[in-house]
Design a protein around this ligand. Sequence first.
Ligand SMILES: [Zn+2]
Length: 420
Amino acid sequence: MSGTSDFAAETQLEGCGPMLGNQSHQQKPLRQRVFEYVRAQGNTARSDISRALEISPGSATTLTADLIRAGLLREVAGLERDNSRGRPRVALEIVPQAGFVIGIKLGDTGHTAVLADFTGAMISNASLPSLPTSRPATTLLDEVARLIDMLLSQTNTPMNKVKGIGIGMAGLIDHAHGLVRWSPLLNSRDQAFGAAAEARFGRSVVLENDANMLTLAELWFGSGRAKSDFAVITIENGVGMGLVLNNRLYRGSFGMGLELGHTKVQLDGALCRCGERGCLEAYISDYALVREAATALNLPLDKNISFQSLLGTLFDEAAAGNTAAQKIFQRAGRFLALGLSNVVQLFDPALVILSGERMTYDFMYDGDVLRDVQALTLSRGDMPCLVEVHPHADLDWARGATARALAQVTDAIFKTEAAI
Ligand SMILES: [Zn+2]
């Protein structure tokens, strides 16, 4: 395993998955609720299951025996005794080998993939370079196949142990139908990419918008596990947003995710790459900063020089005291604050997580931005909404795709409708 995941530092919680049940959770069969409770706890005693799910000790015993027979749970010694004279309590945990899933983040500079066991633990990871160009779906599937081969060969895991695959990418993703309506990675619209991937790999494949994928990563592995309402805002080449309301990913009516980057912050403003004017993205994303930098600092807009390198130059100039460079970041920070304050005002989340590659540039979240958010929000003078910066690596995004696949595979085992 080459990479590391940031979530361990973010939360000390054992297990994985949302800690708080939502409405659809209550409608799941009791066996599944027991299973998911154990996965969320890491390991737990039957008496705790009975207490938490408000079922009788006898029911807890019957249900867990059933799950043990099905090869999904196993007993482990090791919980502390109830009291000094009692026998050590037997705990239950998920059988890690009950099934493996693969999570993949497809990006325009690199792809990242994670193999996870049924507890959600990362077993191996792999990455491939990518290019910011659109390609045919078959070419993108070839790249997915290479990632899967790398993951499986590292650990000698046969493909028949893999129960499901989650894939996230930028764009308009219709997750319910496995369609990519539009993505910068594909050269045509309305691609049945999910079905094509299922046909190629012979496994259930779920697609997800990349901001939703990172939001699921926070909900399953990070700070969002015990939060009922939180937002994740990603600032990369574009600006994305994921939202959890009532412990559940909010997708809107058409399943297209939340396009914060294309909310308008200026009438007749700067031209956005979507073709409209005045979008938030047109002021704070990579290409917006590069455009400003090229004008203000006379930097070359050469195709052979990457956005990253131009942004690096801009940041270095700002750090060295170049006021023109500093102003570009300050202006972007003010627009970011405007977008954030609108999110806070609309949804009143307990937490807003800022993430994405641009979060390495601290202008985006310095004190001025947070003060601006507060000033632009009706509040009681304090800052009720916590804003945190989680500079997640691609590996964490891919782990979000494993969460998506785990949820799907779990629902399939217990024959419930997809509820994530
Ligand atoms: Zn736009």
